[in-house]
Design a protein around this ligand. Structure first.
Ligand code: ADP
Ligand code: ASP
Ligand code: MG
Length: 407
């Protein structure tokens, strides 16, 4: 007998009928003799709805109260799911973050899990119950409710699986696994049988929202086998596993896009020591995470500086930067919210030259201008005009032969 953690996302529990379907699926596993811990997201659209309600009251809701509010979506799901299991004649118990004791830091809205107490979950399992754990939420040391950031139920699931030393963590969603790119925008996307933690980390951080990035960090750190699969079929999905030799043979394994960033340029910035600190310290003090940064070579002691920030933080950052620009006597601050970042990811890139040129010429052939470029060992990202995102993704998918099965 083994312990299995399953996580069902918002679309999988989007209606009463769907919750019943999930209950039936979990009961099937229970009947086979497995101990079942089920992590659930809020019903689809609920978290957005709660955020909208808060914003109707104020543009910048108090972070503590916002977490108290948005965590309720998951509370509804676990309660309804437990009732569904019980109505089918099996035992179940719902547990909220603070009831399990999922301890996090105090960073409301993006809290990190520091500890999970497994005792209460194990107690319920020993009573032969199916345990439903609310995703996305925890409590800090003082007992305040915290949430883990959008998509955070994935992280709850993998962290719970790690703490319970589960045999596997199954992530059930509305697609059949991890694809070479988002199957909802590229019809030729292919489901991968397996993907390494490293590649999945890059894909998640570069926009493939099928797994939330921290869930992959947890999986990698604690070597949790993660199986991403569909709630609506019984097909095998994608295993996220440790890297093996065969994986390096594939040059590029995935293409991602991210439309959630904005670009800020400051022109004619004095090029002398200390200026970057003057610009970026107030931005990070405001809790804004800067992604790409490009500085041009300077002419007559002046340079242009361009960087990207999350779209949500765009207005706030523009206000900060305009103030600093005045102080340092830079010329102008320009902002652009209509950008997208497209990226290619692959372990094989480590040992191959020419990948970047293939990417640039494929985009050029379609007349897509590259505004910014950044690279790391296993990825290359380009910032482009947002309106070309879908075209760029499909073009890169073909250029790196991802439309076809690997030989
Ligand atoms: P859930 O509500 O189950 O957590 P999400 O919406 O967070 O589901 O994630 C699933 C979605 O991720 C898919 O519907 C798909 O559009 C998107 N996605 C983006 N990139 C990929 C990819 N490479 N493979 C699979 N799905 C992807
Ligand atoms: N309900 C939360 C969200 O919409 C968490 C999740 O679905 O994983 O972001
Ligand atoms: Mg998700």
């Amino acid at each position: 007998m083994s312990l299995i953690v399953q996580k069902y996302g918002g679309t999988s529990v989007g209606s009463i009928e769907k919750i019943r379907n999930v209950a039936e699926r979990v009961i099937e596993m229970k009947k086979k003799g497995h101990d079942m811990v089920v992590v659930l997201s809020a019903m689809s659209g609920e978290t957005d709805k709660l955020i909208r309600l808060a914003q109707e009251i104020t543009e910048s809701p108090n972070p503590r109260e916002l977490d108290v509010l948005v965590s309720t979506g998951e509370q509804v799901s676990v309660a309804l799911f437990s009732m569904a299991v019980q109505s089918l004649g099996f035992k179940a118990s719902s547990l909220l973050g603070h009831q399990v004791k999922i301890v996090t830091d105090e960073a409301y809205g993006r809290a990190r899990i520091s500890e999970i107490d497994t005792r209460r979950i194990m107690e319920e399992i020993r009573k032969d119950k199916i345990v439903a754990v609310a995703g996305f939420q925890g409590q800090d040391e003082k007992g305040n409710i915290t949430t883990l950031g959008r998509g955070g139920s994935d992280t709850t699931a993998v962290a719970v699986a790690a703490a319970l030393k589960a045999q596997v963590c199954e992530i059930f969603t509305d697609v059949e696994g991890v694809y070479t790119t988002d199957p909802n925008i590229c019809p030729k996307a292919r489901k991968m049988k397996k993907i390494s933690y490293e590649e999945m980390l890059e894909m998640a951080s570069l926009g493939a929202k099928v797994l939330e990035i921290r869930s992959v960090e947890f999986a990698k750190k604690f070597k949790v086998p993660v199986h991403v699969r569909s709630t609506f079929t019984n097909k095998e999905g994608t295993m996220v596993v440790q890297e093996d030799k065969s994986m390096e043979k594939i040059l590029v394994s995935g293409v991602t896009y991210n439309k959630n960033e904005a670009r800020i340029t400051i022109t004619k910035v004095p090029d002398r020591p200390g200026i970057a600190t003057k610009i970026f310290v107030p931005i990070s003090d405001a809790g804004v995470v800067v992604d790409m940064i490009i500085q041009n070579t300077s002419e007559e002691g002046l340079t242009d500086l361009t960087f990207t920030v999350p779209k949500n933080d765009f207005k706030k950052t523009m206000n900060i930067v305009k103030k600093v620009a005045k102080e340092i006597k830079a010329e102008r601050v320009m902002g652009d919210e209509n950008i997208a970042k497209v990226s290619i990811i692959g372990l094989g890139m480590r040992n191959h030259a020419g990948v970047a040129t293939t990417m640039f010429s494929a985009l050029a052939k379609e007349g897509i201008n590259i505004m910014m470029i950044s690279t790391s060992e296993i990825k290359i990202s380009c910032v482009i005009d947002e309106k070309y995102t879908e075209l760029a993704v499909r073009t890169l998918h073909s250029a790196f032969h991802l439309d076809e099965e690997p030989k």
